[in-house]
Write a new protein. Structure first.
Length: 550
């Protein structure tokens, strides 16, 4: 009997491969009395040394960004002061595992107290301690698996820190127990071009090495598929890839109506892939990655250098920079107060600028300096804009920095309801359907259990897109979509029919969107949009459009 697990579909590809699970953190055993202190010290320091060697060898073969993280971790673990403290704690009567735990804990406290760069690295020490303890106890290494062959990564969920180390040449697909359609992991999977199924509650039953067929379009994971099932999925995948690669160049409908196809960019590791992709620029440059894992904001020079890298890679093309969107699903301890009862409804996104104007001003100054030295067409937009006054203030601030084009993201229903005034207040609008769905349906975007409400085919969400696009269109203002909705080729037709002028998605998704657009006229798109709007729910909206496009 075939067993098929279901979850939330992320992307459109499919792949078959063996499961490799994220290894859990080893639990600390009960403390024990050490009879032979010298032997205990020797074994414990040897375990620490093995961890250093392992990190160094992985750094030697990893990509640039991962190599940097691994090498920095290796240096920390090799600190002789740390080894000396471990030995001292064992001499004082602790067993090796508890000595490691205590020594790393002390180092962590010291780093946090030092502030700045050192405090930013404090979390790495937890990972090192876990590795050293696992090595000492003979347990599997915690964190990302490295079975030595390509695998389907199965995890409860992925933390942003795991993702810097994820090797896209080894990971075939992602399956996670938790996560929603627009959660961090889903966005990451698309950025890496990996088929994924998230919110797959039964994924905990997937055992190491088990072959599985992950079908991202269907949101299914088939256990131990028969050879003929694998072969037919592979030929379907081959056809999908051929179709995605068939049409090139600027996005347009079958009758030549232009629709700008832009890339979403969320980390410098994605830059070379995005720059090489067939796209007209970046429609959403998420700048939060620069601020993650930090105790304070990066300085002007560091930010300028990072933006310069992006603008240079996109010389002559458009780059839409989204200013810092801290809070809720993207928390930053030095920006967001930890005492809010409802962080998604709290001081987040542009709202943080009122409390801490220097944060956004430094960022704008860095963007302006980098833009001045580059031929990229730099636009800037603010996240979480609720009322037209905020959009006007932001636009004035952007212009004061010498940046000519300022926009507002439409992510809050109030912004869509007043899209006309919003468009009057700035130069362009960009609809963030991930948050717009969250706030329209009062449904936490990170919760897989609310995926049905967060479905971007929800007619109520499409109503808000229509209102925004219409009001922007009346004023000649561009209105793009940069949420995950833009990555769905069929929904892209509907969005264009609603009046959206650009679509921004992970580069891996643009080929299929481009091919689908090229097969339908603007009139077709308008008719499809009318069908979707008339539907009673998300499922029937999707089914009606699928039925008509055949
Ligand atoms: C959105 O909310 O749709 C969006 C594009 O921004 P983010 O996913 O980064 O919140
Ligand atoms: Mg958002």
């Amino acid at each position: 009997m075939t067993t098929v697990l279901t979850g939330i579909a992320v992307g459109t590809g499919s792949v078959t491969g063996p499961v490799a699970r994220m290894t859990p953190v080893p639990p600390l055993p009960q403390p024990r009395t050490v009879a032979d202190t010298a032997a205990e010290t020797g074994a414990t320091l040897a375990a620490l040394h093995d961890v250093v060697t392992d990190l160094e060898s992985r750094a030697a073969t990893a990509g640039a960004a991962a190599a940097e993280v691994l090498a920095a971790q290796g240096m920390m673990a090799a600190d002789p002061v740390l080894a000396e403290r471990v030995a001292e704690l064992i001499r004082d009567g602790r067993d090796g595992a508890h000595a490691l735990d205590a020594a790393f804990g002390e180092f962590r406290t010291a780093l946090e107290a030092a502030g700045g760069y050192f405090a930013e690295r404090a979390a790495d020490l937890d990972d090192l301690r876990n590795r050293a303890v696992a090595q000492l106890l003979g347990l599997p290494m915690p964190g990302l698996p490295a079975p030595g062959h390509p695998f389907v990564l199965v995890a409860e969920d992925l933390a942003p820190a795991d993702t810097a180390l994820l090797d896209p040449t080894q990971v075939l697909a992602l399956v996670t127990e938790r996560g929603g359609p627009t959660s961090h992991t889903a966005i990451l999977a698309k950025a890496l071009g990996l088929p994924a199924v998230v919110g797959c509650g039964a994924a905990d039953t997937l055992t190491e090495g088990l072959p599985v067929l992950v079908d991202a379009a269907a949101g299914t994971v088939q256990l131990d598929p028969a050879p003929e099932v694998v072969a037919s999925a592979a030929s379907r995948e081959q056809r999908r890839r051929e179709r995605a690669g068939r049409v090139h160049g600027a996005g347009r409908t079958a009758d030549g109506h232009p629709v700008k196809l832009l890339a979403n960019l969320g980390a410098l590791q994605e830059l070379s892939g995005a720059a090489a992709a067939d796209c007209e620029g970046v429609g959403l440059f998420r700048t939060e990655f620069l601020y993650l894992d930090r105790a304070e904001a990066p300085g002007l020079d560091e930010q300028t250098a990072a933006y310069r890298q992006v603008f240079d890679a996109f010389a002559g093309r458009r780059v839409v920079v989204r200013t810092l969107d801290a809070g809720a699903d993207k928390p930053l301890p030095f920006v967001n107060a930890g005492d809010e009862q409802n962080p998604a409804l709290g001081i987040r996104g542009l709202r943080t600028a009122a409390r801490d104007p220097e944060l956004v001003d430094t960022q704008l100054a860095a963007v302006a300096a980098a833009a001045a030295a580059s031929s990229a067409e730099v636009w800037v937009m603010a996240p979480m804009v609720s009322v037209p006054g905020e959009a006007a203030d932001f636009a004035a601030r952007v212009r004061a920095h010498g940046l000519p084009v300022a926009g507002a993201m439409v992510e809050v229903p109030a912004a869509a309801l007043r899209a006309g005034a919003m468009a009057d207040a700035c130069d362009f609008l960009s609809i963030g359907t991930n948050d717009l769905a969250q706030y329209t349906f009062a449904a936490d975007r990170t919760l897989g259990s609310l995926a049905a409400l967060l479905d971007p085919w929800q007619p109520a969400l499409l109503d808000l897109v229509r209102m925004t696009a219409q009001e922007g269109g009346r004023r000649g203002r561009p209105v793009g979509v940069c949420g995950e909705a833009a990555a769905d080729p069929l929904l892209a037709l509907v969005l264009v029919g609603l009046g959206v002028t650009s679509l921004s998605a992970a580069p891996s998704c643009l080929g299929e969107v481009r091919a689908t657009l090229s097969e339908h006229t603007l009139e077709d798109c308008r008719a499809l949009a009318a069908l979707a709007l008339a539907a009673g729910d998300a499922q029937s909206a999707r089914a009606a459009v699928l039925d008509r496009t055949g």
